[in-house]
Design a protein around this ligand. Structure first.
Ligand code: CO
Length: 175
């Protein structure tokens, strides 16, 4: 397994729309394994393939359980996922490995029903609420070429852009 590079905002590749996986082969399994390693290495709870530069409808989610542990047995690997139902509203403080160090409140559905294929091409359905529902909606958005910062109010977005520019400038000085 290999830790892959995570693309960060404003890399234009992150705005690409992903397309469906056709072959559920070893290459896909390697990608999923690498994505898992990469996500854990960066202490993330979810990752979409586009974040490692591949415009494929592939995402993984592994949110911490009641014991605050990211149990691999609860890892979700979703290929060609679809949200088939959304209900309710919740506000949750989100972050993203492609926008490292930034967190902000985002409004999303409280409950979702999703359909996806696992790594072997078996169709699955799942209902998710609260944090898990947030993770699903956040990762699904990556597949459409969108980031959670696009959901911020104009004022918050402007503040973010200013802070982000400053951060990028400081990082380029260090490099
Ligand atoms: Co993200």
């Amino acid at each position: 397994m290999m830790i892959r590079e995570i693309l960060t905002y404003p890399n234009p590749i992150l705005r690409k729309k992903s397309h469906n996986v056709v072959k559920f082969d070893e290459e896909l399994h390697t990608l999923l394994d690498d994505m898992y390693e990469t996500m854990l290495w960066h202490s993330g709870v979810g990752l979409a393939a586009i974040q490692v530069g591949l415009p494929l409808n592939v995402l993984i989610i592994n949110i911490p359980n009641e014991d605050e542990l990211q149990d691999v047995s609860e890892l979700i690997e979703a290929i060609n996922p679809k949200i088939t139902h959304k209900e309710g509203i919740q506000i949750f403080t989100e972050g993203c490995l492609s926008v490292p160090g930034f967190n902000e409140d985002v409004k999303r559905a409280q409950h979702v029903v999703v359909e996806y294929f696992d790594r072997f091409g078996t169709l699955k359905t799942m209902e998710a609420e609260e944090f898990l529902a947030v993770a699903w909606q956040h990762e699904m958005e990556h597949l459409e070429g969108h980031l959670f910062i696009e959901k911020l109010s104009i004022i918050k977005r402007k503040k973010f852009e200013k802070e982000w520019k400053r951060k990028l400038k400081e990082e380029s000085k260090k490099a």
